[in-house]
Design a protein around this ligand. Structure first.
Ligand code: HEM
Length: 465
């Protein structure tokens, strides 16, 4: 066997490493650019730590093998434990709390449970559409992301926690304070690992603590609201407060209930980023809108959208999947080799020995590379929903279908997200005509735990008005 290839990467500076190759204000865009330059695998060094990035479908599939690899809880994920401790997203592999919370929460985010909330989701989406088509002066330019963030928070709170926030009544361009707190917390979590600890403590602890206080206070209010407005609802909030883990018989502590409540809107905030990208892709591809409207007319006609329509809207499912592929709304996830039982420190071979990494090497899957892998997709940059429908979708390699993460630590909210994306996308296509403010707009994204189109403005009116 020939010796492993050196993993490429930008040269970097003595002592500082690759600090200049990654923009701390837009880490994921820097990684996307590095993936475009270096291809399937590359590495950088920051503050003495080497990180390996995987950006091809084949390598992503290999490191998603749960017999060899697992989620790496490091960097920003460890930082955000300050706010949510050992919750689902942040728990280390060995922590018992993950299994307890997972078994309590998963049944309330199943396909069936989510379908039960269809009417609530529709109600919130109707409020958004009314705002865009009747509530704004005709020709008003707006950033769809802001209202979609409000919609997502509103829908998450109503469906999972039974509380109507009224976030759709926010003035144009304004977001609910919880959204700002999540932004502050996740941006700080991304930046802290790359700053000296003293600097974090001296200059950034105030904002960090404030964001945590707002998020945990928001969760505590939901709990109090439920306690004061007792209902027969057996929703996620009920389960968090009352249910017992069937395996250990344990319940969540009061603090753990808050940890999990805070984690849900942070996870869910990825969905509006995806819908914003859908609006952009639809504006760039009017023939896709025409085909989707034909499908909607065939399936739903002039009537209201119903839950049983969702499974029949195959082309719109293709639009949602193709958006997840190209927008990479959740931009990546972390993996590490499972430590050897006998303590071996032998290097780990990838692609049958083509590359070699250390036994404890942290890796990050960069979905902007994986999802646009030219070895899998013809014209990978084009928006083509048909490649995500029926057999075409089934035949795609597993590595390019990882927008919800992998295996045991895959997104627990994926059915909720799917329902939200399908309902909102179908309703917007059915009922709204958008126009781009800048017809030449080229997608540029930024973000922290999720990425979203920036400086993207549209106008909207009711379909055909
Ligand atoms: C388009 C929408 C969404 C995308 C693309 C997405 C993507 C992901 C990804 C890639 C992971 C794995 C992270 C990792 O390995 O570190 C994840 C985990 C998670 N997501 Fe989502 N997500 C979405 C929506 C949601 C929603 C709606 C919720 C909650 C209702 C949610 C809650 C979570 C939680 C709690 C985890 C941690 C699961 C665990 O480790 O057990 N996500 N998500």
């Amino acid at each position: 066997m020939s010796s492993p290839l050196t993993i490429p990467g930008p040269p970097g500076l003595p002592l500082l490493g690759n600090i200049m190759d990654v923009n701390p204000s837009n880490t994921w865009w820097s990684l996307r650019t590095l993936a475009e330059k270096y291809g399937e695998i590359f590495k950088i060094k920051v503050l003495g730590h080497e990180i390996v990035f995987v950006a091809s479908a084949a390598l992503a599939e290999e490191i998603c093998d749960e017999t060899r690899f697992r989620k790496f809880v490091g960097g920003p994920i460890v930082e955000i434990r300050y706010a949510v401790h050992d919750a689902l997203f942040t728990a280390y592999d060995h922590e018992e709390s993950w299994g307890i919370a997972h078994r309590i929460i998963a049944p309330h985010l199943s396909t069936e449970s989510v379908a039960d909330h269809f009417d609530e989701l529709l109600l919130c989406t109707d409020e958004l559409i009314a705002k865009w088509t009747k509530g704004l002066e005709p020709g008003t330019k707006f950033q769809p992301l802001k209202d979609l963030n409000n919609l997502n928070l509103e829908a998450t709170m109503l469906t999972l926690f039974g509380k109507k926030l009224g976030a759709m009544k926010m003035k144009e361009g304004e977001e609910h304070p919880m959204i700002q707190a999540m932004e502050d917390a996740t941006s700080e979590a991304m930046r802290r690992p790359n700053r000296p600890k003293l600097l974090n403590w001296l200059l950034y602890n105030g904002k960090w603590k404030e964001a945590t206080k707002t998020m945990r206070g928001f969760a505590a209010e939901l709990i109090q609201y439920r306690a004061e407005h007792s209902t027969g609802r057996k929703d996620l909030l009920w389960a968090l407060m009352n249910a017992t883990d069937p395996e250990t018989g344990k319940k969540l502590t009061d603090s753990q209930v808050i940890d999990e409540i805070v984690s849900m809107p942070i996870g869910s905030s990825t969905a509006p980023c995806s819908v914003t990208a859908t609006i952009l892709f639809l504006l760039q591809n009017p023939e896709v809108v025409a085909e989707a409207r034909e499908e909607l007319d065939r399936v739903a006609g002039d009537g209201a959208l119903r839950q049983d329509h969702i499974a029949q809207l195959k082309y719109i499912q293709g639009i949602v999947r193709e958006t997840l592929r190209l927008s990479c709304a959740a931009p990546g996830f972390n993996i590490e080799p499972i430590p050897s039982k006998n303590g071996s420190k032998s290097p780990i071979l990838l692609q049958g020995g083509k590359y070699q990494i250390a036994h404890n090497q942290a890796m990050i899957v960069v979905l902007a590379g994986v999802n646009r892998d030219p070895a899998v997709f013809e014209e990978p940059l084009k928006f083509k929903p048909e490649r995500m429908v029926g057999d075409n979708f089934t035949k795609l390699p597993a590595g390019v279908k990882k927008w919800f993460g992998n295996g045991k630590r895959e997104c627990i909210g994926k059915h909720w997200a799917w329902e939200f994306l399908m309902v909102v996308t179908a309703k917007l296509i059915k009922e709204v005509d958008f126009q781009a403010v800048d017809e030449q707009y080229v997608m540029k994204q930024d973000g922290w735990f999720n990425v979203r189109p920036i400086d993207f403005y549209v106008t909207a009116k009711a379909r055909g008005a």
